[in-house]
Structure formats: C-alpha cells, structure tokens
Design a binder for this molecule. Structure first.
Ligand SMILES: [Zn+2]
Ligand SMILES: [Zn+2]
Length: 314
C-alpha cells in the first residue's frame, strides 16, 4: 500500500514537535505561498553607487578631503562581503522567522495597518539592537566594523559587518512571534538599512525641524564620533525619538573625531572583520576565572581598557 501523501498545508498538520517543524518547513516550503517582495537592497545598489560617486565628485570640487582611496576600497569590500554572506544569513533568518511565526500570538497578515505598526516596532527594535551592539562586547565584535573608518562619507555607510547578521536576528524574533509576517519583517529591515545610507555624509549640515523626529546626517555624525561626549549616543535607525525617549540623545556641537577610541589603522578586510573577535578570544583565554571570562564576552566593550587605566592611576 502506498504511503499517504503529506498535507501541503502546514496549518492543517496536527500538533508538531519541535524537531518536526524545520523539516516540514523545508518540505512544504511555505514561502512559496507568500507574496513576493522585491529585494530592495539589490535594487538600491545602483542608487548607492551613484550617490557615492556624486559625493566623491563634490568632495573633489570642494576640496573637503572626505574620501581616501584605500579607506573607501576597504569599505566597499566589507559591503560586498556583507551582501554575499547575506545570501546565507537571510535564508537562515527567514527560515527561523517562519518557524517562530508558526507559534504567532496574533494572525496579523498583510494588512495595510500592519505596515504602520511594523514600521514603529521594527525601528524600536533596531534602536535596542544597535544600543546593545555598543554596550555588549559580544555584539560589538560584529558592529565595530561599521565604526572602524576614520572617514565619514557614503562609503562608510557600506562598511558593514560580516558576522553580525548571523546573530543580530534574535532582537527581531518577537516580531514574527507577535504575528508579523516574516517577509514583511525582512522588508522593513531592508527599508531601515537603505534609509540609513544617506545619513553618512558631511555635506548636509542640518535638516531643520526634521532633526526633532528623524535620524539625520547630524545625529549620525555624533554616533560615529569617538569624542568622549559622543560615545554610545544616537543609536537611532530611522526615528531619533527613541534616543530622546531613552536618554541616549546628544546633539552635534563640537566636530566629531571619526573612528574608534583605539583605531586599528588597517585596510585589511579580514582584520577589519575579525579583529575584535580575536581580541575577545585572547582575553577569554588568558582570564583566570570564569567570571572574568564572561565579563570579557558580555561586558561593555571598553571595560578592559577602563580597568587598565584605573589600575595605572592607583
Ligand atoms: Zn553604531
Ligand atoms: Zn553609521
């Protein structure tokens, strides 16, 4: 007797065990039933390149010295690596979001109002992800890449992580769990990333009253500053309101000194991508106690330097 055909509808399946879910997802390919969303980041790439070239030309005319060839080449290499690795990480994240969405609390679907709710929810999530990326060394190890340039231009926007996409998704898991469609969450993340491209410029000084509400070049210059009063400030994605609400907002006053408090001074993509991971590994290896090892991984990124400085003053 032939085996019974599998149900094509995942929702009709009886109660599933945790081990069944991923397998059934692969077999039933539920994403085949989802509306196709365009790959916004791929569509935006020609725009990124055109604006970058425009800024570089204006820079040459105005003699602002915003660009340096090796620095921009390193940023573009990091961006290219991020896109290539993104093919793997996005597939992985989409599969995980889809599994989580099976257990959604509400059935939201593709309603027009869901996009509005999701816009605020995603941006709120981005704020906390980004803030954690600056306050916890485990996440800083991936995010430090974006801050490793000592220049601030549209090329710096493309200096993106190689490792972060495989772990940062945990911050967004609550969205499919609440009921937002996974493909909508990924689309909103892409919109946020694309939005954040144009704010990496020195050529726009102020956006007037919009500075109150949205993240602007001025707010984000502060975020890239290594000046003491600018450290770990302005974590916003699209809306600056989260920084104003949660006490991390600082306006641009003095000129930012771009880069890290301790710059790596390297254009080697592998060093840019992995230097903090290597440092964490060395610190954990040498730490005498488990408590110290955990602190090196989960503590604040500058904790070790602060301890060393304090010891020197004693
Ligand atoms: Zn940052
Ligand atoms: Zn940035």
């Amino acid at each position: 007797m032939l085996p019974q055909p599998r149900s094509r509808s995942f929702r009709k399946l009886p109660a599933l065990s945790a081990t069944q879910v991923p397998l059934d997802l692969l077999m039933d390919a539920p994403w085949k039933r989802m509306p196709q969303m365009p790959n916004l980041i791929q569509l935006a790439v020609p725009g990124f390149i055109a604006l970058l070239l425009l800024e570089a030309v204006l820079d040459a005319i105005m003699r602002r010295d915003l660009y340096q060839l090796k620095d921009t080449a390193a940023s573009l290499t990091m961006g290219t690596g991020n896109v290539i690795l993104g093919l793997v990480s996005k597939t992985m994240v989409f599969a995980i979001f889809t599994v989580v969405h099976r257990f959604a609390i509400f059935k939201i679907g593709y309603q027009w109002w869901a996009w509005i709710l999701l816009f605020f929810s995603e941006d709120f999530t981005y704020y906390w992800f980004h803030r954690t990326s600056h306050e916890c060394r485990l996440f800083w190890a991936s995010h430090v890449i974006h801050h490793s340039s000592q220049r601030y231009n549209l090329g710096t926007a493309l200096r993106q992580t190689w490792t972060g996409s495989f772990m940062s998704f945990v911050f967004w898991l609550w969205l499919p769990l609440v009921g937002f469609e996974p493909v909508m969450v990924l689309t909103m993340q892409a919109i946020s990333l694309i939005y954040q491209f144009w704010i990496h410029t020195e050529l726009i000084r102020s956006m007037g009253p919009l500075e109150w509400v949205i993240n602007t070049p001025s707010h984000h210059r502060v975020h890239h500053g290594s000046n003491q009063r600018y450290l770990d400030r302005n974590h916003a994605g699209i809306l600056i309101i989260w920084d104003r609400m949660f006490g991390t907002y600082v306006p641009e006053q003095e000129s930012p000194v771009y880069g890290l408090t301790k710059n790596i001074n390297s254009y080697n993509p592998l060093r840019i991508a992995f230097h903090e991971w290597v440092d964490i590994w060395n610190d954990v290896r040498c730490a005498p106690t488990l408590r110290l090892k955990l602190r090196y991984v989960f503590g604040r990124p500058g904790w070790k330097e602060e301890q060393t400085a304090r010891a020197a003053h004693l």
